[in-house]
Design a protein around this ligand. Structure first.
Ligand SMILES: Nc1ncnc2c1ncn2[C@@H]1O[C@H](COP(=O)(O)OP(=O)(O)O)[C@@H](O)[C@H]1O
Ligand SMILES: [Mg+2]
Length: 203
């Protein structure tokens, strides 16, 4: 049997990386073989999260999917085939929210590229962390290194993003669970743990 594929989604500073680490540690105590990974990865990451390049939205979406094609082939598919649990910090819902909704490419275009690049694979569970944008951006500023390109995109952009993620959660309730991230770290972790236990059948 293949492993489970769990993705973390949401805006800047919602706690994705923090919660991924906590979930990973907890799953390991239950004996699962966990792989932690993130997108965008490889050399393309720098182009997308650093600097202030003004990409055409289609070019930007294709860069994300180019990185994703490589990540799926090199990391995600082999791990799932080996029965590992893959935890991924951002995946295709981020491309849908950022390029599809906030940068205006539209749902259908992103869905079409997804079909071409990813095909039938989809996450078994997607945790969408939801937080007021001001709180998220404040948290993100505290954390930051040089990966601020999306953070600098202005409040309207981030408000559209938040609504986009909520919309995605509503459209695919079997795959997605919206998590209220406006609580202390441990409270959010427990909420995530309840969902994961249920979906993975752990006790
Ligand atoms: N629930 C929380 N309450 C307060 N601060 C948090 C919470 N979750 C994360 N943080 C802090 O906010 C910052 C951003 O969290 P992070 O996990 O990097 O978010 P993301 O990966 O979604 O951008 C970090 O400094 C982290 O320690
Ligand atoms: Mg992060």
């Amino acid at each position: 049997m293949g492993g489970q594929f769990i993705t973390f989604e949401g805006g800047e500073g919602t706690g994705k990386s923090t919660q991924l680490g906590l979930l990973s540690a907890r799953l390991r105590t239950h004996g699962l073989d966990v792989v932690e990974t993130r997108e965008p990865g490889g050399p393309i990451r720098k182009l997308l999260v650093e600097g202030d390049q003004d990409w055409d939205p289609m070019a930007e979406a294709l860069l994300h999917f180019a990185a994703r094609a490589d990540h799926l082939a090199a990391t995600v598919r082999p791990a799932l085939a080996a029965g590992q649990t893959v935890l991924c910090d951002r995946f295709a819902d981020s491309t849908m929210a950022y390029q599809g909704y906030a940068q205006g490419l539209g749902r259908k275009t992103v869905e079409d590229i997804y079909a071409l690049v990813v095909g039938d694979l989809k996450p078994d569970l997607t945790l969408i962390l939801d937080l007021p944008i001001e709180t998220g951006l404040e948290r993100a500023i505290r954390r930051d290194i040089d990966e601020t390109r999306y953070e600098r995109m202005g409040p309207e952009f981030h408000e559209i993003l938040r609504e986009a993620f909520r919309d995605i959660a509503e459209q695919e309730p079997d795959r997605c669970v919206l998590i209220d991230a406006n609580h202390p770290v441990d409270t959010v972790h427990e909420a995530i743990w309840v969902v994961v236990q249920d979906r993975l059948g752990l006790s």
